[in-house]
Design a protein around this ligand. Structure first.
Ligand SMILES: [Zn+2]
Length: 290
């Protein structure tokens, strides 16, 4: 499923198409994927897109009806937002070709770019329907919808991570997957970060000492940054906002490589279930060290 690097890649690839653009029409094809106000106003019809924001694995399109042309100004509390959860298989992209004829297209926005005489279409499709749209004011997104999420993993530092993990009796794998602890890491980048930090996935999170926390915070940031640079990982459905696949799946050190050799030490990688998820680790490089 799309994790932080994939959602960030969607955000970055959509920005040139959407910033300053005005939404002319919205066609919600499946009502049950939309939460909150799913009227034209809720779906930002008539609004100019002023910002695309991401927190963890969630993306917000923020629109204002108070401005019409440039769209470039700071976000204000009363601006409206659509928060998009991509779930397991969601895609948000600019239409190229005949995507509207594809199945599982749940919402289509017709968008006129800043200073443009032509319109383009923004498409949300979600074949497995674990994602969806949440609409409301930006004030609500910040004050309620995103309040239960932990700090964004892309910029996590050791001090904050240490406080998030203090006293935790979860395994470190479970803690990394817990969006209330840290927002943005899923199964791929949890395994990649733990390998990079030389930590066994079943280490108890609250037992990590300062050196291990420091290594882990750095490993999470680096694993995510590398993946963002590669445009994310495409294992099945993921595509960026231009409909292109990512490349990070070709460079993963452990995820999806159970039984193959560790690139660092040549030991066969182990596979097991930790935190109810398939987990891959190196028995030599990754220790329950403090
Ligand atoms: Zn190894």
């Amino acid at each position: 499923m799309p994790e932080l690097p994939e959602v960030e890649s969607v955000r970055r690839t959509l920005e040139p198409h959407l910033l300053g653009a005005r939404i002319e029409r919205a066609h919600l094809r499946r009502r049950d994927i939309c939460h909150g106000s799913c009227t034209d106003i809720g779906l930002l019809v008539g609004a100019t897109i002023v910002k695309l924001r991401r927190h963890g694995k969630q993306l917000a399109i923020i629109g204002s009806s108070a401005i019409s042309k440039t769209g470039r100004r700071a976000v204000q509390e009363n601006d409206r937002a659509i928060v998009i959860h991509l779930g397991m298989s969601g895609q948000l992209f600019i239409e190229r070709g005949d995507e509207l004829s594809r199945t599982h297209v749940h919402c289509v926005w017709t968008v006129r770019g800043a200073n443009s005489s032509t319109t383009t279409r923004l498409i949300f499709r979600d074949p497995r329907r674990f994602g969806g749209l949440w609409t409301g004011k930006w004030k609500w997104v910040i004050g309620e919808h995103w309040t239960d999420l932990g700090p964004d993993a892309a910029t996590i530092d050791a001090g904050i991570l240490g406080r998030r993990l203090a006293g935790s009796r979860q395994t470190i794998k479970a803690a990394l997957l817990d969006q209330e602890v840290l927002a943005g890491v899923g199964n791929i980048y949890a395994d990649e970060s733990l390998h990079r930090a030389h930590l066994h996935p079943e280490t108890i999170a609250g037992a990590l000492g300062p050196d291990a926390i420091k290594r882990l915070a750095k490993a999470v940031r680096e694993a995510l940054a590398e993946a963002i640079d590669a445009g994310g990982s495409t294992l099945r459905d993921y595509r960026n906002g231009d409909g292109e696949t990512g490349k990070q799946q070709l460079r993963l050190a452990v995820y999806g490589r159970g039984g193959k050799r560790c690139f660092q030490c040549n030991a066969p990688l182990l596979s097991g279930t930790v935190a109810q998820r398939t987990t891959i680790w190196c028995p030599t490089c990754q220790r329950a060290a403090r």
